[in-house]
Design a protein around this ligand. Structure first.
Ligand code: SAM
Length: 311
């Protein structure tokens, strides 16, 4: 059993073991039996009569190498409790179950959520007990069956940013993350001040974390094949900037600054301050230039301005 990653980890962390000769459900020579490939995805989708919808951002990974790459880059460890959003047919879930102690998977689609434990039972039977499926909208979840240590997900593209921000705000226990999003969104999330694509998602992510783009995933590894490339984003949580302003207030200032991106800060924040004169005074009191634009400010700058504005 020494060659089986799952049983080595499971034995170390959960006391699970497989007797010599017992079938463990894993292909010890490779990934073909346990992880999903195009045939496996087609088989499950066909059986369920599944028609992937754009509205739910349903593009399923059909490539085991991509799954392995994601779990490796994510640095998932045997003691991790992984939060996965949108497990879909289970492509990534199975890869995560190979290495993590536990996986909590939140899926909005009832058909997919119901099928997931069946898929794991068929392909990785010893790991069924390590999976919790929560049938819910990830944008609304406030409770989970276990405290996640890491988030790993191929996020539904249409809600990827709000889902990430919701998870960061709601579940402080996770300190590391690796998510797949549209390449363009990946760049926005990781952008720094001064860049053309720096905006609300970049600043809000910077409130919680260091966010970096760590890879590209081609459309060909998905079914159905999307029109755009995907990007991998690594998230490392850190303390928010020290400030007396609340997160909500800072985010209101950020929203206002970028709502009128072309405008100088003093005009963009006039509504919040009461007048552009009051906005100028607040920005100056924060040690910043009222004629600058939001796109050059760091999250710490925004926090300083928020301290000077009425909440
Ligand atoms: N993880 C799977 C994979 O990599 O093959 C599927 C990823 S697919 C891009 C996104 C998944 O998120 C779909 O299964 C979809 O049903 C689910 N989803 C969409 N919106 C959601 C939401 N608001 N909350 C939870 N899951 C959602």
């Amino acid at each position: 059993m020494g060659a089986c990653r799952h049983h080595r980890y499971a034995a170390a962390t959960n006391g699970l073991a497989v007797s010599p000769g017992e079938h463990c459900g894993h292909d010890h020579a490779g990934s073909a039996l346990s992880l999903l490939d195009p045939t496996g995805v087609r088989e499950i989708a066909g059986r369920l009569g599944l028609r992937p919808t754009k509205q739910r951002g349903q593009n399923f990974v059909t490539d085991a190498n991509t799954v392995r790459r994601i779990t490796t880059v994510a640095g998932v460890r045997p003691d991790d409790v992984v939060l996965e959003i949108g497990p879909g047919l289970g492509s990534l879930t199975l890869g995560l179950l190979e290495v993590a102690q536990r996986v909590v998977a939140v899926e909005i689609d009832e058909l997919l959520a119901a099928e997931l434990p069946e898929t794991v039972a068929a392909r990785m039977p010893a790991r069924v007990g390590a999976l919790d499926v929560v049938t819910a909208d990830a944008l609304r979840i406030t409770e989970l069956p276990a405290e996640p240590t890491v988030v790993v997900a191929n996020l539904p593209y249409n809600v990827s940013v709000p889902v990430l921000l919701h998870l960061l705000a709601t579940f402080p226990s996770w300190t590391r993350g690796l998510v797949m999003v549209q390449a363009e969104v990946a760049d926005r999330l990781a952008a720094g001040p001064g860049s053309k694509i720096y905006g609300v998602p970049s600043v809000k992510m910077a409130w919680y974390s260091n966010t970096t783009r760590v890879g590209t995933v081609p459309p060909t590894v998905f079914w159905p094949v999307p029109n755009v490339e995907s990007g991998l984003v690594a998230i490392t949580r850190r303390e928010p900037p020290p400030t007396t302003a609340s997160r909500g207030h800072v985010f209101t200032v950020v929203d206002a600054a970028f709502n009128q991106r072309r405008k100088m800060l003093r005009s963009a924040l006039a509504g919040l301050a009461g007048s552009s004169k009051a906005a100028s005074a607040a920005i100056e009191a924060a040690g910043l230039d009222p004629q600058s634009r939001g796109e050059v400010l760091t999250v710490t700058d925004f926090a300083r301005i928020a301290e000077q504005l009425p909440s």
